[in-house]
Design a protein. Sequence first.
Length: 314
Amino acid sequence: MKKILSITMALFVISSIKAQNPLLIPPALIGPNFNLTIDYDSVEFFLGHFTQTAGVNGPILAPTLIINKGDNININVNNQLVDTTTMHWHGVHLPSVMDGGPHTVIPPSTIWSPNWTGMDHASTMWYHPHLHHKTYKHIMMGITGFLINRDAAESTLDIPRTYGVDDIPLALQTKVMTANYQINTDMGERNMDTMFIVNATRNAYVDLPAQIVRLRLLNGSLMRSFNVGLSNGADFWVIASDGGLLSSPVQMNRLLIANAERYEILVDLSSLQGSSVDLMNYGSGIPTGVYGTATIGGMGGASIPDYDNNPLNG
């Protein structure tokens, strides 16, 4: 029997900063037909300061698209940016002309309408712009969304799947912020990220039921790897990676997630009703040579300017 009491999970808080902002959970759209509009807006990351952003059907991020295997998917992508862009369905098995890579451009004020038949097993994927020389800018501005594939086999498993309640998408990202609270999209300064966000939320928390919950983790950062773990040292179970469900769960207490990787984990919160736990990035445990570690040595003599001056490292 599920406990109805809840626990609070703080997400990627730094040092003594307390989680104070409720986690943004992107709305879910259920296929097979989707209408997506990319446009500019603004978000108040810092109280009293509005940051220009871009999003899909909203000020930042994008709706979570839920697709069933075998569905005939139809999507209209309406580009209201002043920039040409693309929309790439990262990890999805589909024809190359529908992939949304750098070759499939969407000029301003035009609509691109890809379609395909869902062939993927149950899995967590994502979608984002992928235009040559603009991928960094457009993702940094906020255009990032989850894509959840479902199938008959996964539906029979005794695992959480109530979206936004016990099945939570978590986009782990950093941003480079300027002194006047704007997003710096200069590729030359991409290693000076200054702000952790989860689902575009600073110092986020989410209230969860005191039961086993499913977290869909995406590293949506452009360079940084994350070493994810719980503040109480508890184990969790990895049940899926980029390609979908694993043959059996893997028990661990740290999970290194590189750029664009997705993992699904189960966390048992049943004994924590009425309390709180933090989801942390343990950067000090990232191996040398992996971006996010305290020391970037071990890269064949290569160096990254000002890497050691970034307080988010290690």
